[in-house]
Design a protein around this ligand. Sequence first.
Ligand code: GDP
Length: 458
Amino acid sequence: MEDTIAAVVTAAGESSVGIIRLSGADALKIASNVYHGKADLINAPSHTIHYGHVYDPKNDKIIDEALFMLMRGPRSFTGEDVVEIQCHGGILVVRNVLQLVLANGARLAEQGEYSKRAFLNGRLDLAQAESIMDIVQARSDKGIDLALNQLNGNLSDMVRVLRQDLLELVAFIQADIDYPDDDIERLSLNEMEDRVEVIKTKIEKVLLTAKKGKMIKDGLKVVIAGQPNVGKSSLMNALLGTNRAIVTNIPGTTRDFIEEYLQIGGIPVKLIDTAGIRETDNIVEKIGVDKAHEFLESADLILYVLDGSQSLQEKDKNLLDNIADKQVIFLLNKQDLGISSQLKDELNIIKKENIVLEISAMEERGITELEQKIIDLCFAGDLTISNTVTVSNARHIQILEDCLNHFQGFLNGARLGLSVDFLVIDLQNAWEKLGKIIGESVEEDLLNQIFSQFCLGK
Ligand code: GDP
C-alpha cells in the first residue's frame, strides 16, 4: 500500500491561512487522530468541511484552531483520500501541524508527488500534469492561458487521435504481413504513404505553434545593447515603469547584467541590460563583455540603443557586424535632444529594412510604440491562444520532432521500395513515442525527473 503523504501546500511565510494536505489510504485516520471537535471525520461524507482544533494526542495539547476539508478518493486531486487542514498561516503553526501529522503516520511528500499520484491514478495524463506545473510557474497571463489549454486536454486529445490513426495503419500492415494469402482488406503502399502524410502534416502544423508557445511560456529574451551612456539603463527603467536599475552618467557603470521580468501585451519578457560592449584588457570587464556576446547570441530580439544626437561610431559598426543575423530594433534615443540625420542615413546604409524607432527613454516617449513593435515582430502581431493545440513544452516538442523523423523514414523507405515489415517499425516507434507525451509507456526514471521539477506540495 502507498504511504500517506503530507506537505504544506501554501507558500512559506506568514499569511492568514496555511494548508497542510494529507493524501493516501490513512489520510482520514491520521486527520482524525489529530482532530479535536464534534465531527466524526472517519465516517463523515466526502467533500465536507469540519471545524475543530488540531490536537496532539500524545500530550493532550491543542496546536491550533482549524478547518478540516475531506475529499474521499477517487473524487480528489490525487484520486486517493485527501484531507486538507486549514490552520492559521503562521510559519511555526504550519510547521507544527505538519510535524504532528508526520508523527501520526504520514510521510513528507516529495516534490511533485501529489501530481505524480494524480497521474498514476489516472486523474490526469502526463501532459496535463505538466501543465499544472506551468500554471504555477507561469509568469504572464498568456502563459496561464497556454497552460490551461493543455490542462483542458487539447494536446492530449490530439495525441490520442493520432495514435489511433497510427495503430490502425500498423494493424493493416501487420495483417498484410501475417496473413499474406488471406482475403482481407488491404491498403496499397500509396494509400499507406498518403495516410502517413496526413498524420505528418498534422504534427507539422502543431510544431508551427512551438516557437510562439515556447516564447509565451519561457518568455521572450530581449537584450538591450549599445555603447555606454546612450541610455540603456534609462530604457530599461522606462520599460519596467519602475526605477530598479541604477542610472548614472559615468560611462560603463552598469557593468553587471541586470535581468528583469516584465509583461508586454500579456507575454513574459526577460529583459537583459548588457554592459557597454567594448574592447578591454581588464579581466573582470572582459568576462562581462564575453558574457554580453553570449546574451546577444541567444537573444530573441535585440534592442540596439544609439544616442540619436550623434553619428554611428566605429564600435557600433563592429558590434553590428556580429549581430547581423539577429532580429534587431534600432532605438535612436535622446530624441528630445534632436536626431542626427547622418545617423539615420548610416543605418539605412547598413540595411534598408532596418526597424528604427526614435525614442526618449528619459521622457518616456516612444515606449508604447516600441512595445507594440516587439509584439508585431515576434508574434506577427497575433498573441491569441485559441482553442487549437499549441505546444510549448520542450519535452513534447522533442517527441513530435522525433515522430516527424520516423514518418520521413517511412516515406523514404517506401520510395526506395523497402518491404513493409521493415517500414512498419518506424510507425510503431512513432506510436510509442507519441504515447510518452501523455505518459503511456514512460519509464519510471523519466517520471521521477518530470515530477521532481514540481514545487513541494504540488
Ligand atoms: P547607459 O550607460 O547606456 O545605461 O546609459 P544611462 O541610461 O545610464 O544614461 C546615460 C545618461 O544619458 C544619463 O545621464 C541619462 O539621464 C541620459 N539619458 C538617457 N536617456 C535620455 C534621453 O532620452 N534624453 C536625454 N536628454 N538624456 C537621456
